[in-house]
Write a protein that binds this ligand. Structure first.
Ligand SMILES: [Zn+2]
Ligand SMILES: [Zn+2]
Ligand SMILES: [Zn+2]
Length: 471
């Protein structure tokens, strides 16, 4: 082991590169001080380990760092290939990459980093940041041996250990549902029912005892006497002739005298004879022997970043809409829409006023990253509790995003609805002051009467437009 020495600080133009050898003594935090990392090593394991630890680092100044390999040959490994920014063959070639490094660093400068409230949101946002900083729009699945699924999405799978990679599939599906990606079909895979990895060993086994230890021989059907039996019943010790054990006739021509309708298996363990074997899939990871009918089918897709997805890098990504489905006292946004539709129908029969409203934390990104994920969840559920205490059971609430609630406040004048919201803001602000020192919360609210002349969709759109332009 040696420390990073002056000769490992490479300068070209405005940039400083730090060169790392497989014997270098370095810490990942050290990389923050340099514009790019150059890895000089032909040790594949070392390169993968270092690239992985950079790309999974918590700090944005490390995980988005441009990485180059300084070596004599091209890289074939799809994981490393997609996670580095290029290969140079000598230090002189720094000149060729400096413009590319500049582009990456400039893009990252415009990114907005917020703390995501769920693992899903964090994985999505890290993946997209890595892609957008390199102007990539395609997230491809590559066949890969050292993967829990047999497939990797380099920019995303890197965030998981192989055993947990299956979690990524549903996260990417969520991202697609949120409109961040589109996709097309790549392949179908089957996963172990016990541990959800996909490296399986398929075997034909005895239907009685599940042993794969069996021998197979042809089954022979003699046409003239209708005898059916394994070919060994027809053989003799002297020559290659086949004679029927039932009628003793010589079997001359296949297709004319006899045929071979199938294979007969004999289990070497329990002696059972069978034509229809079972297929079992033994999991290499957890050793569970799966019935193939029960394996978990999954679709492997290739994903393509949308414009909305690209914006994740420039606006931050706090949560997926799924993150709020389970908070007590709220309904899902799609359920909210349906309830609002009914409320408008109800108003048509009654002479009453109901209101739609929003409550939005205008500094959510900053606030959430300061108080951390756990406390953020506490804050949100506390806020919902205060709201519910001040509302009636006929009122309903849904999360529009991690920072905005949409409400329907029914059968009260709009002025009262606004007063209630103001009270909630006061209580929440006080609560936050008490529990989190030096943290400020800015909440904006707005209530407006529901109009029976317009559809719920249009009225929601107008409401959403209002707080999106205000914030
Ligand atoms: Zn398994
Ligand atoms: Zn058996
Ligand atoms: Zn016969």
């Amino acid at each position: 082991m040696g420390d990073v020495v002056e000769s490992d600080i490479l300068r070209h133009g405005a940039f400083e590169y730090i060169r790392i050898h497989d014997y270098s003594n370095y810490s990942l935090e050290l990389f923050m001080a340099y514009d790019s990392v150059v890895i000089e090593s032909n040790n594949r394991d070392f390169v993968e380990k270092l690239v992985r630890s950079i790309r999974t680092h918590n700090h944005t100044d490390v995980y988005l760092k441009p990485i180059f390999l300084l070596k004599s040959s091209k890289v074939e490994d799809p994981l490393i290939n997609n996670l580095i920014d290029g290969v140079i063959f000598s230090i002189d070639q720094l000149e060729l990459i400096s413009d590319y490094v500049k582009q990456i660093l400039l893009r990252i400068k415009d990114f907005v980093f917020v703390k995501s409230i769920s693992l899903e949101a964090e994985i999505i946002s890290r993946t997209i940041n890595l892609m957008v900083s390199r102007e990539k729009t395609e997230l491809f699945a590559y066949l890969y041996l050292n993967s829990g699924l047999g497939y990797i999405y380099p920019e995303a799978s890197i965030q998981f250990s192989p055993r947990d990679e299956h979690n990524l599939l549903s996260i990417l599906d969520t991202a697609e549902q949120e409109g961040l990606f589109t996709s097309d079909f790549n392949d179908r895979i089957y996963l172990c029912t016990n541990c959800e990895t996909g490296i399986l060993s398929y075997r034909e086994v005895c239907p009685k005892c599940n042993s794969a230890n069996s021998k197979a021989e042809d089954l022979v059907h003699h046409f003239s006497c209708a005898y059916v039996g394994p070919v060994s019943d027809f053989k003799n010790a002297i020559d290659d002739e086949l004679n029927c054990p039932k009628c003793n006739k010589y079997l001359n021509h296949i297709g004319v005298d006899y045929d071979k309708p199938s294979l007969l298996h004999t289990c070497n363990k329990c002696g059972h004879k069978y034509q229809d074997y079972h297929v079992k899939a033994k999991c290499i990871t957890c050793h569970h022997d799966n019935d193939v009918e029960n394996l978990l089918p999954r679709t492997i897709k290739n994903f393509y970043l949308t414009k909305k997805g690209r914006n994740v890098a420039y606006h931050g990504f706090i949560s997926t809409s799924k993150d709020f489905n389970e908070i007590p006292g709220t309904v899902r946004f799609d359920v909210f829409k349906t309830m609002l539709e009914y409320e408008i129908e109800r108003l048509k029969q009654n002479d009453a006023t109901s209101n739609i409203a929003y409550l939005t934390i205008s500094n959510a990104g900053e606030l959430y990253s300061r108080i951390g994920i756990e406390r953020q969840k506490i804050l949100i559920s506390e806020m919902i509790r205060i709201l519910r205490k001040n509302l009636r059971s006929s009122d309903f609430i849904a999360f529009y995003s991690a920072s905005t609630l949409i409400l329907s406040l029914n059968d009260i004048p709009t002025k009262i609805a606004n007063n209630i919201l103001n009270d909630v803001v006061k209580i929440t602000t006080m609560l936050l002051k008490k529990n989190f020192k030096n943290v400020e919360i800015h909440i904006e609210t707005f209530a407006t009467p529901l109009n029976i002349e317009f559809s719920h969709e249009i009225q929601l759109q107008q409401l959403i437009k209002r707080f999106e332009t205000e914030s």
